[in-house]
Design a binder for this molecule. Structure first.
Ligand SMILES: CC(C)(COP(=O)(O)OP(=O)(O)OC[C@H]1O[C@@H](n2cnc3c(N)ncnc32)[C@H](O)[C@@H]1O)[C@@H](O)C(=O)NCCC(=O)NCCS
Ligand SMILES: Nc1ncnc2c1ncn2[C@@H]1O[C@H](COP(=O)(O)OP(=O)(O)OP(=O)(O)O)[C@@H](O)[C@H]1O
Length: 288
């Protein structure tokens, strides 16, 4: 029997490649959500620093996004001119957010992930070859203005803290070609695997590598600059102690989590970039 998503996809006659990319983005979100123990984030142990989210909500949200990512890929595969493509994925991104909010009852489970993965899915549909080309294409799309973006009176939390602390957030991360994913998440994932760590340990180390340097606006808006510093320093300390695969690293990770929880700090932006890292890693290995 067809699922509702397969039914919608069949009605729209999405190409197999668009469906594959939609499924891969959804897989990456599920893998990120289930990975445990992620410090102070929602995972299979619990709700971390959050009172309004849990794993089953994250998984329901991830599943609801699959057709939206597939539609973004389809728009790219249709060879839509780049300015028009930017407009189209901007609309799909906003529709995806509305669909997510309908599933979660108004809780923001994946706004940052829709942005990052939406751009990367679109870029992956166009760029068959190579890691650098993939990030360049995603950055190019992120830098283009979205002509239909509604001018909102109220600033988002991300915009408010970026302005207050003069630090870059989710927009800049994408416009610069995802440096924390490209230069930290992916290399750490690969090095950790190569050194014999299990897949979960490699993914946790990749998350910590991202946390050690990201200006995560979720942390900034919940816990200010002190929270951001605690996140970056604590993540570095776990990696310096030997990473999540070592006894000392595990002990440092437990302390790090307690510190983040005491500050109510949750690194949602870093979690989004881990999902994006898993998407890119799998996409590139499937392409080879
Ligand atoms: C750019 C977005 C993320 C809005 O950013 P803004 O900083 O204003 O928003 P907000 O505070 O609500 O959320 C940002 C989210 O990004 C994530 N995040 C936080 N910091 C970072 C960071 N440094 N790097 C990456 N992601 C981050 C977090 O999950 C956070 O919740 C996005 O929602 C948007 O503008 N979408 C418009 C639709 C669109 O153009 N889509 C295009 C293709 S999908
Ligand atoms: N496993 C995870 N746990 C928590 N957040 C995550 C996880 N994975 C991704 N995120 C990201 O974190 C963001 C949610 O963070 P946060 O709860 O700070 O959002 P908010 O709605 O802006 O703030 P608040 O809940 O304080 O009102 C989402 O946009 C999502 O993309």
């Amino acid at each position: 029997m067809q699922t509702a998503t397969q039914h919608v996809a069949a009605l729209e006659s999405l190409s197999p490649r668009a469906e594959y990319l939609g499924a891969l983005a959804c897989w990456a979100l599920e893998q990120e959500a289930r990975l445990s123990p992620k410090p102070a984030l929602v995972d299979s142990r619990g709700t971390g620093a959050h009172s309004d989210m849990n794993l089953s909500l994250m998984l329901a949200s991830a599943r609801s996004l699959r057709p939206w990512f597939a539609r973004m890929a389809e728009a790219a595969l249709a060879q839509t001119p780049v300015v028009e493509l930017r407009r189209r994925i901007g609309q799909l991104g906003r529709d995806a957010e509305a669909a997510m909010m309908a599933v979660t009852g108004g809780i923001n489970t994946h706004r940052g992930a829709i942005w990052a993965l939406g751009l990367l899915v679109t870029a992956a549909a166009n760029e068959a070859n190579g890691e650098a080309a993939l990030f360049d294409r995603a950055a190019q799309l992120a830098r283009l203005p979205d002509p239909d973006c509604p001018s909102s009176e109220t600033q988002s939390k991300g915009q408010r803290v970026c302005r207050k602390y003069r630090l870059p957030g989710a927009r800049e991360q994408a416009q610069q070609g995802f440096p924390h994913l490209h230069q930290r998440g992916l290399p750490t994932l690969r090095q950790s695997r190569a050194s014999g760590d299990s897949e979960s340990v490699a993914r946790l180390n990749a998350l910590l590598a991202i946390m050690s340097a990201l200006t995560d606006t979720c942390v900034l808006s919940r816990a200010g600059l002190a929270g951001l510093e605690a996140m970056q320093q604590g993540a570095r300390a776990v990696l310096e102690a030997g990473g999540c695969g070592s006894f000392a690293g595990r002990r440092a990770l437990a302390q790090f989590e307690q510190h983040l929880l005491s500050l109510n700090a949750s690194a949602g932006g870093a979690a989004d970039l881990l999902a994006a890292t898993l998407f890119v890693d799998r996409h590139l290995s499937d392409a080879n």
